[in-house]
Design a protein around this ligand. Structure first.
Ligand code: ADP
Ligand code: MG
Length: 741
């Protein structure tokens, strides 16, 4: 702890009702100063008007039971109760396993509360006769009584009970274990805050300009803080919370948009003439017609590269939506303008596939465009030759992996970089890439155009914030010839029917993937499991068929060979771990069996399924899962949350093939933190705003930020002085905050 914080923590210690032990507990939660304390807001409010009764819960749960699975939002909904503990009982349920069962009671009925973990802690903290506030997800047990597993409990003081029964809103503060241990409870925290608030509040400076408060009908920061600790009614607290969220996201948007416009102004870009003979010829010779969405994004991109500003655009489109051809058309425009272009793929196998696809497209237009592949798998002599061709400028299109920008290759006038599946490239790599490309340009003051492509559908709630520094184009429409993959959940005991289905289809010349999850902790064990499964399938189930195996322990040449063998039909079935998530198109493989499907993440299931259903034929995906999912939603020993989530995942896959819809569900289940590894992407951990749920606030705050910048680009106006100070601070703390620039 620094001197400074030590001093501040001492200052809390002398407050009435605190003392050294409590000050330490507060400090460990990051509360060091009185100001920290008044910014420590309740996590909830108990209001007689909104608290449920046990009877109400029972009625609505019973009504819901029938439509249980179709009712995803409710599975996650929290309910709050006030009740008294009537009995406590500890039970042994397996060897050495204990559970704690509370019976609780309000004026209407009784309910059960069950803890499986931390039994000692709970039995110490909550006793018979205690009045508690409970928040959690209720469910009905087999006897139809309302049950909570591991809800959040807060003990209520008798005086709080009196306040509450008079209709006062009770704020509930988040309390850490340390706070509880030092004797800080809800009531003590409230009274400490009550005593310091009048003194501290005047020192809090307003961070939003008056006109922004007014236009957006926001309370002042001082009002906001007072309301949150001592509200009169819930609508007040809603307004105060709204202000905190608005402020948080407003500053973020302001910041992002300043960076974005600085970037555009401080670098000049290459100005392309977008009337390209080559591109025209390619489009005229395509064996299919571009979809309206493909045409739309081509127009958007063409517009970017014709302005003389550097393009920094994200092209989003589900697996199979046809991004490659879009990028090739743009590459040809760049080539016609005299530039080299590079296409960077996430894996060597994919780089190879791009090489093959693009070579094929180019052969059809009969041009002398030279395409070079640069991958680690090439023999050294070939590699040297290809590098020479790139450096001499003979090569027009360079295809490779991130090693394209890690090795010392001297490009020749590299004007466009296309990055496929961007989430695998880090900040530093991108910066390096721009640098290397700029050095290769004849006009050294310019930087190349960048087009990033991704198949990971990003929900609209995130595109606004996550890709704030990128422009976004979206392909939503799939090529017309696609039939949605028929997807079915199959329980393990019924798997023979799937095997029979495979035999029938294979006898008609089709092929199938059988995907096996990464289950083992060590790579060795994992390999063993996959190998054994392969053996089992080849010997016991499909002795008449030839079955290939591909897994993550193979190097890329080995994987490539297996995939090519599969493509050439040396195998009818390919057993695989998730390594086939991306890779070579296998047009005759239209069936995918995913074993232990409940173990896969939703976006992973979606990516996997994207490998089939690309051709004219009807494709099928079977999600194999445990039998007891059928009967037993509440299996012991497995966290209910996990189990519910996996069922939701499977149901979602069965219901839809729309990647955007899938990603919305995924986001709900996982929270934004996990999607694409938000941490790396530079999105801060927001304290108040929920980037999934608060779409409206985000969009209002963003408009407000854009409005401010439109009228005062440099934040020079007097009324914006606080904004400017804040931006300077944020810029100082923001090394590596943005991915490019
Ligand atoms: P992704 O967006 O996943 O990268 P691809 O670019 O690999 O998708 O396209 C998938 C397949 O669809 C390719 O075989 C491609 O040639 C084909 N394709 C692309 N656009 C169209 C279209 N407009 N109509 C029909 N097929 C198309
Ligand atoms: Mg692709």
């Amino acid at each position: 702890m620094s001197d400074n914080s030590a001093k501040n923590y001492t200052s809390l210690q002398y407050l009435k009702g605190v003392g050294p032990k409590r000050a330490e507990a507060l400090a460990s939660a990051g509360i060091l100063t009185p100001e920290d304390l008044i910014y420590y807001f309740p996590r909830a409010y108990i209001d007689r008007a909104v608290v449920s009764s046990i009877r109400q819960l029972a009625v609505s749960l019973r009504a819901e039971q029938d439509v249980f699975f179709n009712n995803i939002p409710n599975l996650k909904s929290e309910n709050t109760l006030i009740a008294r503990i009537s009995t406590v009982q500890e039970k042994q349920y397996a060897k050495n396993r204990r559970m704690l069962i509370y019976k609780i009671q309000d004026e209407t009925a009784t309910a059960k509360v069950i803890f499986w973990n931390r039994i000692d802690y709970y039995s110490r903290s909550f006793k018979e006769g205690d009045l508690i506030v409970l928040s959690g997800k209720p469910e009905l047990d087999l006897n139809g009584s309302v049950t909570f597993h591991h809800p959040e409990l807060t003990k209520l003081d008798e005086t709080e009970e009196i306040d509450y029964s008079k209709g006062v809103l009770l704020p509930i503060y988040p309390l850490t274990e340390k706070m509880k241990a030092s004797g800080i409870n809800n009531k003590t925290l409230r009274s400490i805050i009550k005593s310091i608030l009048p003194i501290c509040i005047d020192k809090i400076a307003e961070s939003l300009p008056e006109y922004i408060l007014e236009v957006n009908k926001l309370p002042s920061i001082r009002e906001t803080i007072s309301i949150l600790h001592f509200p009169e009614n819930i609508s007040q607290t809603n307004l105060a919370n709204y202000r905190l969220k608005f402020e948080e996201i407003f500053f973020y948007e302001l910041f992002v948009n300043i960076i974005k416009s600085n970037f555009k102004q401080s670098h000049s870009g290459l100005k392309f003439n977008v009337r390209s003979q080559l591109a025209r010829k390619l489009v005229d010779n395509l064996p299919f017609r571009l979809t309206e969405d493909q045409k739309k994004v081509i127009r958007e991109i063409a517009n970017d590269i014709s302005t003389g500003k550097p393009m920094n655009r994200l092209l989003q489109g589900d697996v199979g939506s046809g991004k490659t051809i879009v990028s090739l058309i743009i590459m040809l425009i760049a080539i016609d303008n005299g530039f080299q272009v590079a296409l960077m793929a996430p894996t060597e196998v994919l780089a190879e596939q791009h090489y093959r696809t693009i070579t094929k497209f180019m052969n059809s237009v009969d041009s002398d465009i030279k395409i070079s592949l640069l991958t680690g798998g090439l023999r050294t002599s070939n590699k040297r030759e290809n590098i020479n061709s790139v450096e001499s400028g003979q090569t027009n299109i360079i295809i490779g992996t991130h090693s394209l920008f890690e090795n010392e290759i001297k490009y020749k006038n590299l004007g466009l970089i296309v990055i496929d599946e961007q989430q695998r490239f880090g900040v530093a790599q991108r910066a390096n890439l721009i640098k290397m490309a700029s050095e290769s340009l004849e006009d050294k003051s310019s930087i190349p155009h960048i087009l990033v492509m991704t198949a990971t559908p990003i929900p609209r709630t995130l595109t606004m914030t996550l890709y704030g520094d990128l422009d976004v184009s979206i392909i939503r429409e799939m090529p017309k010839n696609r039939k949605p993959v028929i997807t079915k959940i199959i329980f393990e005991s019924e798997i023979q029917s799937v095997y029979q289905f495979l035999r029938d289809k294979i006898s008609q010349g089709e092929q199938a993937f059988i995907v096996y999850p990464l289950v083992e902790k060590s790579e060795k064990l994992e390999l063993k499991a996959a190998t054994e499964h392969h053996k089992y399938l080849s010997e016991k189930i499909f002795p008449e068929l030839s079955i290939g195996l591909i897994h993550g322990q193979m190097n890329w040449t080995e994987k490539e060979r297996v995939m090519l063998d599969f493509l050439e039909k040396k195998y009818q079935i390919l057993v695989s771990t998730t390594v086939i998530e991306v890779g070579i198109d296998i047009p005759d493989s239209n069936i995918m069996v995913i074993e232990n499907a409940e173990r896969f993440g939703l976006s992973q299931l979606h990516q996997l399924r994207g490998r089939i259903g690309r051709g004219e034929r009807q494709a099928y995906c079977f999600l194999i899962t445990k039998d007891n999912f059928k009967y037993q939603i509440n299996r012991k020993g497995m966290k209910e949350d996990e189990q519910l989530a996996s069922i939701i995942r499977l149901k979602t896959m069965e219901r839809t093939t729309d990647g955007f819809e899938i990603s919305e569900v995924d986001l709900k289940l996982r929270g934004p933190g996990d999607i694409l590894g938000l941490k790396q992407s530079g999105i801060p951990d927001f304290r108040y705003i929920n980037i999934v749920k608060d779409y409206d606030i985000i969009s209002k705050a963003k408009n407000q930020a854009l409005f401010v910048l439109e009228n005062d680009t440099q934040l020079r106006l007097k009324e914006n002085i606080t904004l400017k100070e804040k931006m300077i601070k944020m810029l100082r703390n923001s090394e590596n905050f943005f991915r490019i620039g």
